[in-house]
Design a protein around this ligand. Structure first.
Ligand SMILES: Cc1ncc(COP(=O)(O)O)c(C=O)c1O
Length: 425
């Protein structure tokens, strides 16, 4: 099929809510390393990594080999039997996550990982109420849509009772119109009053991303999580850390984004980049909290040996090729290129992020969100063979999250394309 036919069939047979980037959607045929190729054979450098799923690049030979080897042994077993890749991956997760986290429950996606964490927090504490953040994203089940803090991702008038939303640590648009550090972390301190005034005072959990991904890479002040988590624990709640976007070395030097903020979660969730393109979700916690799950629960594809083998191979590559360090070196370089663009183009109001998770917020006068500018840059960079993403409540944040193998030269290629793209606005 040629591209037009594929696009036509997508419109005809898929739900319209399966929305795509670009005026003319990109039909991807294959990928290798940092590159994607469309159906006409045009090459693109991928600085989005399939929403951070391609941690070590497309078609990594070691991941492909691990998948093939596992497929030749056994493709599926169900969790009613025991399989080696699953237990090896669980053991590895216990080693690379912070604190006393040891036991994992595997699922297929970030949504399920978060849903599992939220249910577990209720089971363990015997309480119902959850504190989440505005501008957060946690998936597309009822509970994860409820905990999301973005109207764009809440559908069908969902909502599980018992969830309240704290203001986000969004310094560029501070909800209290203050400035860090003289703000005295009002956004964190406000969580105490939120609990006292909108809940029974006895909460089950606080769920948050170390950097709010879909919210537009909102990066909190470094003391934010210490302050908030202390308040949460004072009220008997667990801290669920959603590492679906920030995990797997993306924020540089550490496996988990939360390690930069100096707090130890009670439950952590992972998905996306874990298995470099193979569906997987994981919820890890302490043995004591895990044991609060009273009955058997079953995820048909959770912990399937193919995804677990792919995840183990991905971890091995990140370790042996020192890619978390690359995320720091090349991430810093990317950041400096974006800061240069901010000096040149007033439409870039803010540059933020960490490691290879960097964003630019596009604004008009008085910081008014400028989604058209972000869309124009998206289209213009595509014309130049570079792929990036868009995020944020207003759709005005350009997000860049390439595979961790990206080089400085490739960042220069992106920088030049972004420069040319912003010049068209
Ligand atoms: C922080 C975060 N949590 C959860 C999810 C849901 O993951 P999935 O789409 O795999 O269900 C996402 C997806 O983008 C996410 O960014």
């Amino acid at each position: 099929m040629v591209s037009e036919e594929i696009i036509q069939k997508q419109k005809e047979y898929l739900w319209a809510c399966v929305s795509t980037y670009y005026e003319r959607p990109l039909v991807v045929e294959r990928g290798q390393g940092m590159y994607l190729y469309d159906a006409e054979g045009k090459q693109y450098l991928d600085y989005f990594g399939g929403v951070k799923v391609m941690s070590i690049g497309h078609g990594h030979p070691k991941v492909t080999a691990a998948i093939m080897a596992q497929l030749q042994k056994v493709a599926y077993t169900s969790t009613l039997y025991v399989n080696e890749p699953q237990v090896k991956l669980a053991e590895k997760l216990a080693q690379i996550t912070p604190g006393q986290l040891k036991k994992t429950y595997f699922t297929n996606s970030g949504t399920e990982a978060d849903e599992t964490a939220l249910v577990l927090s209720r089971l363990y504490t015997g309480r119902q109420e959850i504190v989440a953040l505005r501008h957060a994203y946690h998936g597309r089940s009822m509970m994860s849509m409820t905990t999301a803090g973005l109207s764009t991702w809440k559908h069908g008038g969902s909502y599980v009772p018992g969830v309240v939303h704290a203001v986000a640590p969004y310094c560029y648009r501070c909800p209290f119109k203050l400035e860090y550090p003289s703000c005295n972390l009002e956004c964190a301190k406000d969580v105490e009053e939120l609990i006292q005034t909108t809940t029974t005072g006895e909460i089950a959990a606080f769920i948050a991303e170390p950097i709010l991904g879909a919210g537009g890479y909102i990066t909190p002040p470094k003391e934010y999580f210490q302050e908030v988590v202390a308040i949460i624990r004072k009220h008997g709640g667990l801290f669920i850390c959603d590492e679906v976007q920030t995990g797997w070395g993306r924020t540089s030097e550490k496996w988990c984004g939360i390690e930069h903020w100096g707090v130890k979660p009670d439950i952590m969730t992972f998905a996306k980049g874990m298995a470099n393109g193979t569906p997987i979700g994981a919820t890890i916690t302490t043995p004591e909290i895990a044991d609060a799950y009273p009955k058997t629960t079953f995820s048909t594809f959770g912990g399937n040996p193919v995804s677990c083998a792919a995840a183990l191979a991905t971890i091995e590559v990140i370790e042996t090729e020192n890619l978390m360090h690359n995320a720091k070196v090349v991430g810093n370089y990317l950041r400096s290129r974006l800061e240069e663009l901010k000096e040149k183009y007033p439409v870039i109001g803010d540059v933020r992020g960490m490691g290879l998770m960097q964003a630019m917020e596009c604004v008009a006068e008085n910081k008014a969100p400028h989604p058209k500018a972000a869309l124009k840059v998206l289209e213009e960079t595509k014309k130049r063979g570079r792929l990036i993403g868009i995020a944020g409540l207003y759709g005005n944040v350009i997000r860049i999250s390439p595979p961790l193998i990206v080089t400085k030269d490739q960042i220069d290629e992106l920088g030049d394309a972004l420069d040319a793209a912003f010049a068209t606005i």
